[in-house]
Write a protein that binds this ligand. Structure first.
Ligand SMILES: Nc1nc2c(c(=O)[nH]1)N[C@H]1C(S)=C(S)[C@@H](COP(=O)(O)OP(=O)(O)OC[C@H]3O[C@@H](n4cnc5c(=O)[nH]c(N)nc54)[C@H](O)[C@@H]3O)O[C@H]1N2
Ligand SMILES: Nc1nc2c(c(=O)[nH]1)N[C@H]1C(S)=C(S)[C@@H](COP(=O)(O)OP(=O)(O)OC[C@H]3O[C@@H](n4cnc5c(=O)[nH]c(N)nc54)[C@H](O)[C@@H]3O)O[C@H]1N2
Ligand SMILES: [Mo]
Length: 765
């Protein structure tokens, strides 16, 4: 029997013990394949980068609220909790009274930590709703383009589409997987809210080991586990749609497409075919054309198309492909290709989205409502697509288009972030610094001194998930976990709930916010209101809490996406205007967007001769985003403390770059350092740098100084996918790489800012 108190994280459940103040973390016996990301927890606990006390930025405290370019370089002043509640309460009141609730941006995008009650976004939204609401954001950085295009094409929400064919069905029925973006196992460690029993990686490895033909189309070889049937098809990043169109061209040319499926289940195929054959635009999408664009040999494209038609084929597209300019196109073109094969709705065939992107994709969907903290009602109608945050702050009143609408950016005076790290997730960080200089006040609740916390005026020290009790649950997970408080919060850190309750008190809405419940009472309440909605006979709260987890009834594992529709398209129509799969969308056409026309189209990446390499900014294998980057597992992946840039030896030799040396990466937006890692497992012309190294501008006073640590968002471009989705395009950016000849700067990202302690009248460090 394992020892230790149970908790749960986005990368899985764990058991933790504390002896002599030292934390140790072990896996949970329920989990057959625990993630080593948990190792990062040890160093993060008690790390110098923890926010220990309420802090207010010097310039804001002395000069009052207002735009200030000193955010990010100023020092802080330690204040008491009562001072913090009073100055922050006054400021919220001032902004809301003077400018209205839409002047408060409370989108607060980010993953926070596992736990349904302390879910930071739910807490901040519930709090701001008690005050009359806030400007919110819609969609995600994850699937921002898909979430807008897929409803037009399939009449379904992206969450209802991704991975709906389960791994079990793929294992049993699929004979060929054509994986655009590959099937990277590294990404299967996590799911929002946690994975109690990691099984996806093992299922994928088994499918691959069994000899299933897998064509992993990616600039990176390691994007698929090795197996006898695995072929790496190296492709130039951003060109997948060209390959899809050429495969479609061969299907038409050799009459291998399923005319009946296209006629009865799809709308607008003819127009798409005219584009494929070049009758509409004069460019036949022949394999020879695609070879010059993608780097994939034309003969291979011809044979691949024949193989796809001959097999039970799953066409899958990772989410990464839609996190780029014109990101609407790869999932749409992937659906068109799968539709031409006519296997949508057949077990193991058709289209998939996000296999290899997230641990819960391909896990049978439970459609489970989770225990959820009610957020209340937000009467404010002002809203932005999530990745347009810097545009909003820099251009109040500016007009933008989105999914057929035109709207104006609100005039934001106060930015409130709780549970996210925009200096991790957003693009073009020096532009974000300029944007964050614009509002009167920036408030950040953080556990650690991230770059976002350093750019705030009011920094609220937050307890981590190990420092509070909660209920861990995730949408398709097999269990619900009783998360126990393992440690007391260090210094004066408090849970976000405690902070909001006290702030609500200052603002006269405490009872509405807390409903007079303590944390323990809320957990019981959320559990009981949740069990009341479930049909299964579930244990009461005390039994659940005592047991440590609750295994949920198993679900039908043989799920197949769009099976009912494919069997009977008129009896079970899709929720599109035609009831069919829209390969041409009249609704999208009616928007008149040249950057997202009526059917899938190939757009070439913008080229800039000064930045001839394409940087791919993938999810980090050794951490979750920026979280716990100071931990041992994350640090073990760095070279001399810097994030590695994967590069082809030929590209390196031409630039005089040696393996392990420090390089300077430049883009039209900015610069950062990294350590070169040379390997022929990457396509020439492409370099790769994972996200999540904490942003570390060499000179915080100069917004254009390079990041010393290797944060790719110092380089990326802050531009929407298209006028349709306006989604994040952070995955790809044109760069140049050169050997770094200057003195190698230290990594200072984890150092807390200097602050004055008015209690002790001293300055640190
Ligand atoms: N270039 C590029 N950029 C990308 C991507 C990419 O592919 N390329 N991917 C994008 C994607 S898909 C995503 S989802 C985003 C991820 O972006 P984020 O979700 O913003 O990244 P995290 O590092 O998870 O940030 C969560 C923050 O919450 C804090 N936190 C954790 N628990 C708590 C808590 O209980 N309370 C409070 N107050 N804070 C807490 C953590 O310390 C951390 O700083 O990044 C996006 N950015
Ligand atoms: N370990 C770990 N796992 C994670 C996360 C994490 O932070 N850490 N984050 C999670 C989150 S929030 C999300 S949204 C998902 C994201 O899931 P994805 O967006 O799918 O993940 P990425 O790792 O960014 O990209 C997957 C692969 O796509 C390939 N790729 C990139 N561009 C192209 C291209 O143009 N063409 C082709 N063919 N391939 C390309 C890259 O080589 C990369 O390895 O990951 C989740 N999983
Ligand atoms: Mo994501």
């Amino acid at each position: 029997m394992s020892q230790g108190l149970i908790s749960s994280s986005h990368w899985g459940p764990l058991r933790a013990t504390v002896s002599d103040g030292r934390l140790s973390v072990a896996s949970h016996e329920l989990d057959p394949d625990p993630s080593p990301i948990a190792r990062n927890l040890i160093a993060a606990n008690g790390h110098r980068s923890r926010v220990l006390f309420p802090m207010v930025r010097r310039g804001w405290l002395d000069g009052g609220p207002g735009p200030d370019a000193a955010r990010g370089e100023d020092e802080f002043v330690r204040v008491s909790w009562s001072t913090l509640y009073s100055v922050l309460g006054d400021e919220l009141r001032r902004v809301i009274d003077a400018y209205g609730n839409s002047a408060v941006f409370g989108g607060s995008y980010g993953w926070g930590s596992a736990g349904r009650f302390h879910h930071p976004q739910s807490q901040v939204h519930r709090f701001l709703n008690q005050l009359g609401g806030y400007t919110r954001s819609v969609n995600t950085y994850s699937t921002g383009a898909s979430s807008v295009i897929l409803p037009h094409v399939l009449g379904a929400d992206v969450d209802a589409v991704h991975g709906l064919t389960s791994w079990d069905v793929i294992d049993r029925h699929t004979t060929m997987i054509v994986a655009f973006g590959g099937l990277p196992v590294k990404n299967l460690q996590v799911a929002p809210g946690g994975i109690t029993q990691h099984r996806s990686a093992e299922r994928l490895r088994r499918i691959v080991a069994d000899g299933t033909k897998v064509v992993a189309i990616s600039p990176v070889r390691d994007d698929c586990p090795p197996g006898p049937g695995v072929e790496w098809l190296a492709i130039s990043p951003g060109t997948d749609v060209a390959l899809m169109l050429a495969l479609a061209w061969v299907l038409v040319d050799e009459n291998l497409h399923d005319v009946e499926f296209l006629r009865t289940r799809c709308a607008g195929y003819d127009e798409f075919e005219q584009y494929v054959t070049g009758r509409s635009d004069g460019v036949p999408k022949r394999p020879e054309w695609a070879e010059t664009v993608t780097g994939v040999p034309a003969e291979r494209i011809v044979i691949l198309a024949r193989e796809m038609a001959a097999h039970r084929t799953l066409v899958t597209v990772t989410w990464s492909l839609q996190r780029a300019r014109h990101g609407e196109q790869p999932p749409w073109a992937g659906i068109a290709l799968a539709a031409m094969l006519g296997q949508i709705g057949l077990p193991g065939g058709g289209f998939g989205h996000g296999y290899g992107s997230m641990g819960d994709v391909g896990v049978p969907q439970r459609g489970l409502r989770l225990p959820t903290l009610p957020q209340g009602i937000n009467p404010v109608t002002s809203v932005i697509p999530v990745a347009r945050v810097a545009d909003m702050l820099l251009d109040p009143g500016g007009r933008y288009e989105y999914d057929g609408t035109v709207a104006a950016y609100p005039d934001i005076r106060l930015v409130y972030w709780c549970g996210g790290n925009p200096f991790h997730h957003h693009q073009d960080l020096s532009r974000l610094r300029r944007a964050m200089a614009r509002p009167d006040t920036v408030v950040v609740h953080e556990t650690h001194w991230t770059a976002t916390a350093k750019h705030a005026d009011v920094v609220v020290p937050a307890a981590t998930f190990l420092e509070r009790s909660d209920i861990g649950a995730s949408r398709n997970d097999s269990a619900i976990v009783a998360m126990r408080r393992i440690l007391p919060p260090p210094g004066e850190a408090r849970t976000d709930y405690q902070t909001f309750a006290e702030l609500a008190d200052v603002l006269g809405v405490r009872a509405a916010y807390t409903e007079n419940r303590t944390e323990a009472e809320w957990l019981r309440h959320l559990y009981e209101t949740w069990t009341a909605t479930q049909t299964a006979d579930l244990p009461d709260f005390d039994a659940f809490w005592g047991a440590g987890h609750l295994l949920l009834p198993s679900v039908e594992p043989e799920q197949v996406m769009l099976a009912a529709f494919a069997r009977d398209p008129t009896g079970a129509p899709l929720s599109t205007p035609t009831g069919r799969i829209e390969l041409t969308s009249e609704v999208v056409r009616s928007f008149g967007y040249d950057d997202c026309p009526a059917h899938p189209v190939y757009f070439a990446l913008e080229q800039n001769a000064a930045y001839p390499l394409t940087l791919v900014t993938t999810q980090p294998a050794r951490r979750l985003h920026s979280q716990l980057d100071m931990g041992a597992h994350s640090q073990d992946g760095k070279v001399d403390g810097r994030e590695p840039l994967t590069m082809h030896p030929g590209d390196a030799a031409r630039r005089g770059i040696a393996d392990g040396s420090v390089v300077l990466i430049s883009s039209a937006q900015g610069r950062c350092l990294a350590s070169a890692r040379l390997t022929d497992a990457i396509t020439s012309g492409c370099v790769q740098l994972a996200t999540g190294a904490w942003y570390d501008p060499m000179d915080p006073a100069d917004p254009h100084s390079p990041c010393a640590h290797g944060n790719p968002n110092a380089l990326t471009r802050d531009e929407g996918t298209s006028r349709l989705a306006q989604a994040c395009t952070g995955q790809l950016v044109g760069v140049q790489v050169e050997a770094w000849r200057g003195p190698v700067p230290p990594i200072t990202a984890y150092e807390p800012p200097s602050f004055t302690d008015i209690h002790r009248q001293e300055t640190r460090p």
